[in-house]
Write a protein that binds this ligand. Structure first.
Ligand SMILES: [Zn+2]
Length: 158
């Protein structure tokens, strides 16, 4: 899915890595639409690429970025108290990763953008399951029976 370049870091001998607003990195040299050229070798060149939109396959694969820190957890919800706003399609805020975590029971999770990434084929999460939720991907929870569920939120602090 589309992400925005927010900065760059070096990866040792491996060259420059663009940092995206989802906190994933993408190596500059491999990926179109990056133009080949010396731009990545200068501060000015890198600055000129800030704000560029690139595809992030790691978000579609729901790989949680390294270095995330737990920020907060929702109240514990059950099949009666799960808020309507969570049952409808909604998004986690930009730069924040969510994780639906089933304490007990089962609930159905679905992304609304058709890109996939549900950890089970039919979307059903069971006791102990954790479903990562990337920033800005529309999703919802659907009550299918008794459940105790929370959503954890993670941020990048550095
Ligand atoms: Zn990403």
């Amino acid at each position: 899915m589309d992400r925005t370049v927010t900065g760059f870091r070096t990866d040792g001998d491996d060259g420059w890595v663009a940092i995206l607003d989802c906190h994933h990195g993408r190596h500059v040299r491999h990926h179109p639409p990056w133009p080949e050229g010396p731009w990545a070798q200068t501060e000015e060149g890198r600055q000129s690429m800030l704000g560029t939109v690139v595809d992030c396959p790691k978000c579609e694969r729901i790989e949680m970025p390294d270095g995330l820190v737990h920020d907060r957890t929702t109240a514990e919800w059950n099949e009666d108290t799960l808020p309507r706003a969570v049952r409808r399609d909604h998004k986690v805020a930009g730069g924040v990763w969510g994780q639906a975590r089933v304490i007990e029971g089962s609930i159905r999770f679905g992304f609304a953008d058709g890109l996939g990434g549900e950890i089970s084929g039919d979307g059903v999460l069971e006791t102990g399951d954790k479903q990562p939720i990337p920033p800005n991907r529309p999703h919802h929870l659907e009550v299918i029976g008794p459940v105790r569920v929370v959503v954890d939120f993670f941020v990048m602090t550095s």
